[in-house]
Design a protein around this ligand. Sequence first.
Ligand code: CO
Length: 136
Amino acid sequence: MIGRLNHVAIVVSDLDAATKTYRDVLGATVSEPQALPEHGVTVVFVDLENTRIELLVPLGDGSPVSRFLEQHKDGGIHHICLEVDDISAAASDLQAKGARILGDGKPKIGAHGNPVLFLHPKDFHGCLLELEHVGG
Ligand code: CO
């Protein structure tokens, strides 16, 4: 079912500082900040040869990453995103196997314009998993 690693997402306490670290210390190509109000985050993409890293900070009230940052003051790895070629089929299959989809259970449009959904970390050994639809 799962394909390539699409990204690793890291919640940071200071997006400008994190951007500078990846760009100036590590020499990576980084994007401009992108506000995603429907996900409650502002994102910077770090482009790597084989995948990318997303640096996240909370945006607005009730951001899903605010609580994470309260618990991890310096930030930390928040989720990994795996590609699937049919997110609806993947969602039905996973639910049939007892996995819980966060939120209303329906895919939302993610940072790259593709449908995404998140799976409960308790069902995946402590790791929040995002699935991103990359099929046609
Ligand atoms: Co993500």
